[in-house]
Design a protein around this ligand. Sequence first.
Ligand SMILES: Cc1cc2nc3c(=O)[nH]c(=O)nc-3n(C[C@H](O)[C@H](O)[C@H](O)COP(=O)(O)OP(=O)(O)OC[C@H]3O[C@@H](n4cnc5c(N)ncnc54)[C@H](O)[C@@H]3O)c2cc1C
Length: 296
Amino acid sequence: MIGAGPAGVAAAVMACSLNLRTTTLDAGPIGGKLHRISALVNVPGSWTTGPRLAEALAADLERLREGGRCTVEQGRAVKVSGHDERAELTLEDGRVLTADTIVVATGVTDLAPSDVEWVTAAADFSAPPLWRATPQELTGRTYVLGADRPLGTWLRAHPDVTTTLHVLCPPTDRYKAAEVEDDPRVRLVPVSHVAITKPRYGEGWTVVVTGQDGAETVYSVTSILSNLGNKPAALPGLVTDEDGYCPQDQQHRRIRIAGDLRSARYQRIVTAQGSGAEAVLAYYYDIALSRGGGGR
Ligand SMILES: Cc1cc2nc3c(=O)[nH]c(=O)nc-3n(C[C@H](O)[C@H](O)[C@H](O)COP(=O)(O)OP(=O)(O)OC[C@H]3O[C@@H](n4cnc5c(N)ncnc54)[C@H](O)[C@@H]3O)c2cc1C
């Protein structure tokens, strides 16, 4: 399994239950994006925050590891490939691991301003992510670049915060903003373009906002948070669609895709878990059993 977010861990748990030898690799902490979710409302089992669920998933992997059923490795995958008799994974440190099959569950990764057409920013511009911001850090007027879903999560996690978030919202994010547009703490600013430069004097940023009617407004901004959304964390060797996602039916039969990497449409924890388990079952019935492999 590449990736130990909800999809990769569910895949590992299913594989171990079928007596398949399993290695789980992740470049970061077990739990993936769960560590960013401060308020959870749609996961069965009374889970109310992502980090607590991540802790439980890490404990699951640790139990499997202690039982000798699963190896857990820290490292970054840089390439995968499928072959007639095996699948191969290349790591950043140059090692090549082989397996009967590889489940790729690397999820999605943050967009930077240079990734989106509606933002032009100075080379030294960087903005901390909204999901990590604490209410104490919101000093003065706070602008948010983009209306991706972490906005709703952040507002739910901080019900007592009264600060207004000025959210620069391009047409592509409009449907995502629907869940927060009635929240009095959100001022949605429809934009077609945003240009961010360093002011000639003083601190902060000069932000030139072009509205959807073409009118320009210039703001002097001290606090900008990034909430631009994400892009698929596809690895070289995978087949991608026009949006960069990795549809299963276009991959080599020894490569399985699970979780958020499949499509922009199913980016939820429970669907990620289901797809991780299914990826392993598909391998089990297509390849392992046809070879006379064991299992339950
Ligand atoms: C702020 C926020 C709030 C959210 N709120 C909710 C919610 O309330 N309810 C809900 O259902 N969903 C929510 N989601 C979505 C949910 O987090 C994802 O759908 C889910 O985590 C996807 O699981 P995954 O395993 O596919 O990917 P991820 O959780 O992204 O895990 C991918 C893992 O792969 C690892 N990885 C990536 N590339 C490599 C590489 N090259 N080599 C090795 N490892 C790699 C990463 O380190 C990561 O651990 C939210 C997401 C965010 C960002």
